[in-house]
Design a protein around this ligand. Structure first.
Ligand SMILES: [Fe+2]
Ligand SMILES: [Fe+2]
Length: 138
C-alpha cells in the first residue's frame, strides 16, 4: 500500500458517500406511511452526516495531493421500502468495512492526521449500521 493507492481508495470512499447522499435524499422523501415515520426521520438525520463525510474525504484527498472525484457509485432503483432500507444498510455496512481498512492503512502509512480525520466517519458509520439494523428488526 503506497500513498497513491491510498488516495485512490479514498476517492472510492468519496464516490460511495455521494451514493449515500442521493439514496438518503430519495429514501427520506419516499418512505411514507406510519410504519416508516421513525426510520424516515432517522434517514433524514443521517443525511447531513454523509455530507460531512464527503467533505472530510475530499479535504483529505486534496491534502494528500490527489483530486477529489466527482464520480458517483452506481445506484439502483428500489422495488419497495424494505428493499430501499436493505440497500441503505448494505451500503453502510460496506462503508464500515472500508473505513476500518482505511483507518488502519492511514496509520500504517504514518498519516496520523488523516487517521484522526477518518475516526468520526468510522464511528458515525457504525451508528448508521446499528440504526438501520434496528429499523429492519435485525
Ligand atoms: Fe457516510
Ligand atoms: Fe452513514
Amino acid at each position: 500500500m503506497d500513498q497513491e493507492m491510498f488516495v485512490k481508495l479514498l476517492n472510492e470512499d468519496l464516490s460511495s458517500e455521494y451514493q449515500s447522499i442521493i439514496q438518503y435524499i430519495q429514501h427520506g422523501a419516499t418512505l411514507t406511511g406510519p410504519q416508516f415515520l421513525a426510520i424516515a426521520e432517522e434517514i433524514r438525520r443521517h443525511l447531513p452526516e454523509e455530507l460531512g463525510h464527503a467533505q472530510v474525504l475530499a479535504e483529505q484527498i486534496s491534502f494528500l495531493g490527489g483530486t477529489p472525484t466527482i464520480e458517483v457509485s452506481a445506484i439502483r432503483p428500489s422495488s419497495s421500502p424494505q428493499d430501499a432500507l436493505r440497500a441503505d444498510l448494505s451500503l453502510e455496512t460496506d462503508q464500515l468495512d472500508r473505513y476500518r481498512e482505511r483507518f488502519g492503512q492511514a496509520n500504517e502509512l504514518g498519516l496520523a492526521d488523516v487517521a484522526e480525520a477518518l475516526r468520526p466517519l468510522l464511528e458515525q458509520t457504525q451508528e448508521h449500521v446499528r440504526d438501520l439494523q434496528s429499523a429492519l428488526g435485525h
